[in-house]
Design a protein around this ligand. Sequence first.
Ligand code: FE2
Length: 373
Amino acid sequence: MVKEKVEVDSLSKVDEIPIDGFDHIEFYVGNALQAAYFYNRGFGFDVTAYRGPETGDREKCSYVLKQNNVTLVLTSALSPRHPIAEHVHRHGDGVKNIAFKVRDAQKCYEAALARGAKSVSDLQIHEGEDGVFKSASVKTYGDTVHSFIERENYKGAFAPSFKPMTKTSEGIGLTYVDHVVGNVETEAMETWVDYYKKVFGFYVYQYFDAKDISTKYSALVSKVMANKSGTIKLPINEPAEGVGRSQIQEYLDYYLAPGVQHIAIGTKDIIATVAELTKRGVQFLTVPRSYYDALPERVGKIDEDIEQLAKLGILVDRESDGYLLQIFTKPVEDRPTLFFEVIQRKGAKGFGKGNFKALFEAIERAQAARGNL
Ligand code: FE2
């Protein structure tokens, strides 16, 4: 059983910027049309809205993919000099925007700027027959941004200049964004921890040191930033010294900047969801059989059949309040950068610390296969 560390005294004195939850996560990709097909067919997302030349945008194309409370936006540029094309040229496909849903975008944005956030885009206000839509964005690590999205009084398709699309998927049980993890450079983690404390009023929900997260080869340290209302969790990793190249360093070497490492999406039935993802061709990291042989002793009684978990490669971790089940995809691009986690929480509020070793060894096997360890 793992006793989670909570830095109680680090509870920020700064008023929290009120955030209702993750609004959407936007990716900049080389080919949004094909990426939409991947998330539609592979992950069961419904393509709900589109923006492009047909809707009056001559510079870029975006597809909005939705499944329950998870919204992904895939955006590509239509010309090589567009900043989106430059972003993809440098980083490959990756996450540009972790957008927050708020009630008052202007207030949030002005508060963030007053506390030292750098603006990326000023407040945009759309007022039309479809209602009022407001957004503004500030910088975070690397080229990544946070938008404040106010859509309470907006009835249009996703955002202004988008048109709705016909339903093509019922979903496969992915329900909400549990957390979004960023990788930053060695010794940069504290800077970003302070940034989230100072600008957003977040606090350190949990932290993991190199002892918690190290294998023979690579190590990392991690702090989970969260808001007090519990709607947002943003862990931040930095590489630590090991015999080999940290997996975080491998990410940084390929993304060429700090950026989003993984997006964890919740499900109410991880066995059904992962079985369906596997059937659709989504590839997961595998763990050795020995992991499951040791499982009953490590986690005690669980509702799920261990053989079924072993067949799918699902990991389990026990904490004081319950347990969680989780699994990690392989990177979803050619560069070993962004991947996804599927997670089912049964009381546990942590991040699967007991699985770190098994998981990192699996990541390192893949890293070694790429010649990067
Ligand atoms: Fe995670």
